[in-house]
Ligand binder design. Structure first.
Ligand SMILES: NC(=O)c1ccc[n+]([C@@H]2O[C@H](COP(=O)([O-])OP(=O)(O)OC[C@H]3O[C@@H](n4cnc5c(N)ncnc54)[C@H](OP(=O)(O)O)[C@@H]3O)[C@@H](O)[C@H]2O)c1
Length: 290
């Protein structure tokens, strides 16, 4: 479908955005659907954010996906914010709906969907999250909200895990277990966990030989989920697979975030498989790794 005067857009804003997979994923799926809709990415400096948001609305852009560093700052432009956005104090999607700007936070939604696809619903599961950076915080909140039976959080810097535990207690009234990311801490936490999630950057290309989990701690009844998606099979996942565990890679999380944005902004259901394939091809082309 060629771009013409009737083409509509979903845009991504961030600073930087040049590395983003979003346009590649979304345009592959939109092409396949044969709809006159495109995804484009714009680098927006923090001091241009207001102009960018209102300008996008004035141009008839359907919605803005929002990435670092703007996720908190765009809250001030929202007339409404969804429940997860309120919890996180940040949104990753603005939908221009009539005269309103509705903010959504779909971060972590893709993680729960990826696990559900693998036959492991978050509800009722015992989940260990390793890493208490931005992604670890989001996943700990999301898994609590989605009804996990138990959430544990280990981090190299324990104070960051403590802050997340306190925040979840205050905002959700739920208790998570926290601890240091040490061999002993992991051994204890992995004894009770069904699902083990790597939410650190350990193992990411080009440091593909590292894993936050010593190989001998994996059991065949574990489910290993790595949100690092480059390489597709990280050391963390390879070790788990060799021990007989079920593995879930990080591409699904990325893909579902994009699927949700298209659904909210345009009402279409793009193909998950097409977006996944486009993502894997783009990763392969950029690094030769995935
Ligand atoms: N699949 C997806 O859609 C998706 C979405 C978001 C993020 N991600 C990936 O998730 C990863 C984390 O992202 P983020 O935004 O949370 O990053 P971040 O805020 O910078 O946090 C990094 C985390 O990794 C830990 N870490 C870094 N180096 C470590 C090491 N050598 N040993 C132990 N822990 C270490 C940090 O521990 P300290 O607190 O001790 O420094 C912290 O917990 C990135 O690789 C990112 O690409 C994937």
């Amino acid at each position: 479908m060629p771009i013409n005067a009737a083409t509509r857009y979903i845009a991504l804003i961030g600073d930087p955005v040049e590395h983003s997979m979003t346009p590649v994923l979304q345009n592959a799926a939109l092409d396949e659907l044969g709809v006159n809709l495109r995804n484009v990415a714009f680098r927006v400096a923090p001091d241009q954010l207001r102009e960018a948001v209102y300008g996008a609305r004035a141009l008839g852009i359907l919605g803005l996906m929002v990435t670092i560093p703007h996720k908190e700052a765009v809250m001030e432009f929202c007339d409404e914010v969804d429940r997860f956005g309120e919890l996180m104090g940040a949104v990753n999607l603005l939908h221009f709906s009539g005269t309103s700007i509705v903010g959504y936070n779909t971060d972590g939604y893709g993680a729960s969907q990826s696990l559900a696809d693998a036959g492991i619903p978050v509800k009722g599961s015992r989940i260990l999250v390793i890493g208490a950076g931005g992604a670890g915080r989001c996943l700990a909140h999301r898994f609590c909200l989605d009804g996990a039976a138990q959430v544990a959080l280990l981090n190299r810097t324990v104070s960051r895990a403590e802050a997340i535990r306190d925040e979840i207690r205050t905002k959700q009234g739920k208790t998570i277990h926290i601890g240091p990311l040490t061999p002993e801490g992991l051994e204890t936490a992995m004894q009770t966990a069904q699902v083990v999630v790597n939410a650190t950057s350990v193992g990411m290309y080009p440091h593909t030989d590292s894993s936050p989990v010593p190989a001998h701690l994996w059991r065949p009844d574990h489910i290993a989920f790595d949100i690092v998606y480059n390489p597709l099979e990280t050391r963390f996942l390879a070790d788990a697979r060799k021990a007989g565990a079920v593995t879930v890679d990080g591409v699904g999380m990325l893909v579902y975030t994009n699927e949700k944005a298209i659904e909210i902004c345009a009402g279409f259901h793009p193909s998950i498989d097409t977006m996944r394939e486009a993502c894997i091809q783009a990763l392969h082309a950029s690094t030769g790794q995935a």
